[in-house]
Structure formats: structure tokens, C-alpha cells
Design a protein around this ligand. Structure first.
Ligand SMILES: *Cc1c(COP(=O)(O)O)cnc(C)c1O
Length: 420
């Protein structure tokens, strides 16, 4: 963890603000993000890739809070979106649609129309049926829709099956062996302008050879297309670079990651597009939660906290590990093996299992690390639990960038049917 999340005199700070202060002001559970960390991640990417100057399109779904998007927007970053809702967010913070790529297997006709009217950079097309639909909408609007075809390079990186997306049987993309035919069809469609090739092989990937295999297959396809008179300008490699959730985990440095692509692209005219999500914001955030009770079960000890799987679903969903520490600092003298669990009525509602953990008592604050990506955005109202607050820290300043949800807000859209 970088110095943006540091223990000073036995107390956890985010930049220059004590986590405890934020919890007092806004309650728990609360997500806390570091402005500086997010900026640094972006500039690390820029520096690592300076030789080939790719278009970096931050993957909005990783953390779509407007303030987070505003940070990227003010650094002139592009965006990778997967819905028109995300497009609206980008436009709301002043993002430039000409730096937006639109991914996802199930874009609706309305979403396609909205994106065309906004003049996005290109659609990442995931099927022939979608390509025909985009052509149809573009013709109706008297436009040419810019597209890249998402190909499936048939690579199975060593990651959780739920976040592996580039193997042959996945729902994503078009099999690379079929891609040539789809491109030929696309190039004949009056409402389509072929712009690029796209792939996204998965998430939380440590193995650079998977990326290397992917980019080499995409370039091979691009050259093949060129021989058939179809020129692409962009090669979009997706996202997926892993981050460290445990201190022993050593993901590749961004500079190493960049080298993979530089080697292939240095002497070509293709512009690389990157869609990083987790590696931009994953370690830029923590979730703070308060201990409610300690329960000494017959065979197990439980630390029951006020955050649950509805607030952070990754442990329950992917069996992911998140480092958790008391906010008052780490002393492992009186440690015990515990499960850290939430109040939800599910056995899958845990944040940590069989964890060696210092003795804590009720009322204490804990920090769940690496919660900046796929944290708040995946939260739900299960058990009619209001979603957590979000706070952004910048130096010694901090701001609540999303208020804690209220029960009234949760119930607002519901009606009691009149025939009851
Ligand atoms: C989720 C996703 C990303 C971002 O992936 P990370 O692993 O967070 O970098 C990029 N592109 C597409 C198409 C995605 O679905």
C-alpha cells in the first residue's frame, strides 16, 4: 500500500485525514478514496506507455462515482462504458464522447442511438446480430457508426472463472477464427465504419504472457484485414491488469505491462487503446466498518461488523481476499483466528474467513483495503440495507461524494398494488 494509506502514530490515515474522523462525520460503513492515488495511477500509466501514447479509456464500471470520473476527466482521460447510464455519467462530468468506447454484449437499440447521437469514438461490437442492429440504427440516423469488433482470442488467463472473459466458450466477443468474415460483412454495411479491433481477456491478470498472446493475435488479424483492404486504426486491448490484494502478491509493474505492447506496436501505425479499471482505482479506496459484536461460537470466533456482502460482495461472490486491519493500528500480540462477518442472513455474508486477527472489541473501526474497484458499484439493498456513503480525500480536505442512502429513498419507487 502506498503512503496515501498510512498508519501514523498508530492511526490509519487516508492522505492527511484520519479515517476515524471521516467515520465520525459520516458514519459507517463508508468508502474512502484517495484523490492522489487515482491521479498517480493514471500518470503511472501515462509514463509507462509514453513511447506509444495510447488512448487510455478508464473502465467506468470499476468505480463510477461522479467525483471519481471527474478526476479522470480533468486529466483528459477517455472512458470505457458498458451502458448509456455510464455514458450519462461521463457527459455529466464534462467527459469528451470522442474519447469514449462502448463495450458490452447486450447494448439496446436505445443505447446505440444515444451513443451515436453523442458521437462516441467507437462501439466494441460483440456479435453479428449487434453489428446488424448498429448498422440499422446508424442508417436511420443517417450516420456511419464507428466500430471495433470484439474478438475472442481464446486465451484463458489464470484468474477467477467469473472474471475470465477471453476463452472460447465465454459469452464475450466473436471467435477469432470467424472474425475475418464478420469484418468483411461489416465493411460492406452502409451504416458501419470499421475503426478497430478489440479484445478483453479478463480481470486481475498477473501473467503478462496472456496479454502478449492477445496483442499478437490482434495484430496478426489487423495485418490480415489490411491484406483484404480493411484498414483499422485502433487496437483496443481491454483492461485486466491485476493489483495486489495481499502484500505478498506482486502484480507486474505498469512499465513491464507497457513493454509487452510497445514491442508489438512500436513500428506500426495502430493506436493502442487501454481500458484499465481495477489497476486505476482498486487500491485507491478502503471501506471502513465498525465492529458491532464479538461472538465466541462453539468452534469459531466471529467479529460481526456493520458492513455486509451488500456493501462489498467480492469475498462472497469471487471468494476474494481483502486485507483488513483495525484503524487504530496493527498489534498482533493478542491475535486469534476469526471470521469477519456482516449482519446479512446468508452464510456467504463474510468479509474474511479464518483470518489471524488482533483482538478487537465492539465499537472499534476496521479498514477493508483494496476496495476502490468493484466495491461500492456492486453494492445492493439486500436486507433493505441502505448503501454506504462515499468520501473523497485530497490532502487534508475531504468531501462526502455520495450521501448514505436512506430508507425513504429505498422505498420511494415501490407501490402497494391497489387491488391489495
Ligand atoms: C471490466 C472491463 C474492463 C476493466 O477491467 P479491469 O480488470 O478492471 O481492468 C475493461 N474492458 C471491458 C470490456 C470490461 O468488461
Amino acid at each position: 500500500m502506498t503512503s496515501d494509506f498510512e498508519y501514523i502514530d498508530g492511526e490509519l490515515y487516508v492522505e492527511k485525514v484520519p479515517v476515524k474522523k471521516i467515520c465520525e462525520d459520516f458514519g459507517t460503513p463508508v468508502y474512502i478514496y484517495s484523490h492522489n492515488f487515482i491521479r498517480s495511477s493514471f500518470f503511472e500509466y501515462k509514463r509507462a506507455f509514453r513511447e506509444i501514447d495510447p488512448l487510455i479509456c478508464y473502465s467506468v464500471k470499476a468505480n463510477s462515482n461522479l467525483s471519481v470520473l471527474k478526476i479522470f476527466c480533468s486529466m483528459d482521460c477517455g472512458f470505457d462504458i458498458v451502458s448509456s447510464g455510464e455514458l450519462q455519467r461521463v457527459i455529466k462530468v464534462g467527459g469528451n464522447p470522442s474519447k469514449v468506447v462502448f463495450s458490452g454484449v447486450g447494448k439496446t437499440e436505445e443505447e446505440i442511438e444515444t451513443a451515436l447521437r453523442s458521437r462516441i469514438l467507437f462501439f466494441n461490437v460483440e456479435s453479428e446480430a449487434e453489428l446488424r442492429k448498429i448498422n440499422e440504427v446508424a442508417l436511420r440516423l443517417e450516420q456511419k457508426a464507428p466500430v471495433a469488433i470484439r474478438v475472442n482470442p481464446d486465451i484463458n488467463p489464470d484468474t477467477h472463472p467469473y472474471i475470465s472473459t477471453g476463452f472460447e466458450k465465454s459469452k464475450f466477443g466473436i471467435g477469432i477464427s470467424k472474425a475475418m468474415d464478420v469484418y468483411k460483412n461489416a465493411s460492406l454495411m452502409k451504416g458501419i465504419e470499421v475503426k478497430g479491433i478489440d479484445a478483453h481477456i479478463g480481470s486481475q491478470i498477473f501473467d503478462l504472457s496472456s496479454f502478449s498472446e492477445s496483442i499478437s493475435k490482434l495484430i496478426y488479424l489487423a495485418e490480415n484485414l489490411s491484406r483484404h483492404g480493411i484498414q483499422v486504426s485502433y487496437i483496443d486491448i481491454g483492461g485486466g491488469l491485476g493489483i495486489s490484494y495481499e502484500s505478498e502478491e506482486k502484480p507486474p509493474a505498469k512499465s513491464e505491462y507497457a513493454k509487452v505492447f510497445e514491442e508489438y506496436l512500436r513500428d506500426t501505425s495502430y493506436r493502442l487503446v487501454l481500458e484499465p479499471g481495477r489497476s486505476m482505482v482498486g487500491n485507491a479506496g478502503i471501506m471502513a466498518t465498525r465492529v458491532l459484536y464479538i461472538k465466541d461460537g462453539t468452534s469459531k470466533k466471529f467479529v460481526i461488523v456493520d458492513a455486509a456482502m451488500n456493501d462489498l460482495i467480492r469475498p462472497a461472490f469471487y471468494d476474494s481476499f481483502h486485507r483488513i486491519e483495525p484503524v487504530r493500528g496493527i498489534d498482533l500480540e493478542s491475535s486469534d483466528v476469526v471470521d469477519i462477518v456482516g449482519p446479512i442472513c446468508e452464510s456467504g455474508d463474510f468479509l474474511a474467513r479464518d483470518r489471524n486477527f488482533p483482538a478487537v472489541s465492539s465499537g472499534e473501526l476496521l479498514a477493508v483495503f483494496s476496495a476502490g474497484a468493484y466495491g461500492f458499484v456492486m453494492s445492493s439493498n439486500y436486507n433493505t440495507r441502505p448503501r454506504a456513503a462515499e468520501v473523497l480525500v485530497s490532502g487534508d480536505r475531504y468531501c462526502e461524494i455520495r450521501a448514505r442512502e436512506t430508507v425513504e429513498e429505498m422505498l420511494k419507487a415501490e407501490r402497494i398494488a391497489e387491488f391489495l
